[in-house]
Design a protein around this ligand. Structure first.
Ligand SMILES: C[S@@+](CC[C@H](N)C(=O)[O-])C[C@H]1O[C@@H](n2cnc3c(N)ncnc32)[C@H](O)[C@@H]1O
Length: 199
């Protein structure tokens, strides 16, 4: 059984331990906060991803720097098979536009976006409390907002088709909520989403 110590939870880069080394050829981590780099690098090394053999890249830029991300993925044709967002889209300013660019320009056709994020509650009265607390919350938690409907805007993403019209970005969407019941007054409901991009 997997177990976490408090020290491990206080560090970052947990994603690495869920990337099976025999199936994932390289891991590119994007983290603008240098204070998290030690933990990220350490977790990647423990999972078998190393900068020295080109299986691990740690970019100190934000997710908005798609040019740097594309340049780094050059050896794999300028695209990636998967994008993983864990409790991040709540903190990135302009997350909708930035994720859209990453999915459109960096995720390969047929690739997968995985998200685990806390989202706006579907109950309007609870969403109001999320909105009210967000300005204070974001001061203490590095810009994190409680009231982002991340699940909704990711699900609705569109791409431009070959004739210049709009088409659905995803050919498959699976979302699972921590709050299955709409009447639950959870101020931090989470969604686990798997989105497969069109071919
Ligand atoms: C709540 S932490 C989650 C960290 C990690 N995903 C985890 O679950 O352990 C939010 C993260 O978003 C990062 N972040 C903030 N702005 C960003 C941006 N523009 N691009 C990429 N990451 C960003 C922060 O530096 C921080 O590491």
């Amino acid at each position: 059984m997997a177990s976490f110590s408090i020290w491990e939870l206080a560090r970052f880069g947990h994603t690495a331990r869920y990337l099976p080394r025999n199936q994932v050829s390289s891991y590119l981590a994007v983290e603008p906060n240098g204070l998290m780099h030690f933990g990220l690098r350490d977790a990647a090394h423990k999972a078998g991803y190393l900068e020295s053999d080109g299986s691990f890249f740690l970019l100190p830029c934000g997710a908005e720097d798609t040019q740097t991300i594309i340049r780094t993925t050059h050896s794999s044709g300028g695209s990636v098979d998967c994008i993983v967002c864990i409790l991040t889209l709540c903190s990135i300013p302009d997350a909708e536009k930035i994720l859209m660019r990453l999915v459109r320009d960096v995720l390969r056709p047929g690739g997968t976006l995985f998200i685990f994020e806390h989202v706006r509650n579907r109950r309007e009265d609870v969403a109001w409390w999320q909105w009210l607390w967000s300005p204070i919350w974001s001061v203490f938690f590095d810009g994190c907002r409680l009231d982002r409907a991340t699940d909704k805007w990711v699900e609705r993403m569109e791409d431009i088709d070959s004739s210049g019209g709009m088409m659905a970005m995803w050919k498959s969407v699976i979302m699972k909520y921590s709050t299955e019941n709409d009447l639950e007054d959870n101020i931090m409901p989470h969604v686990l989403g798997t989105f497969i991009k069109h071919d």
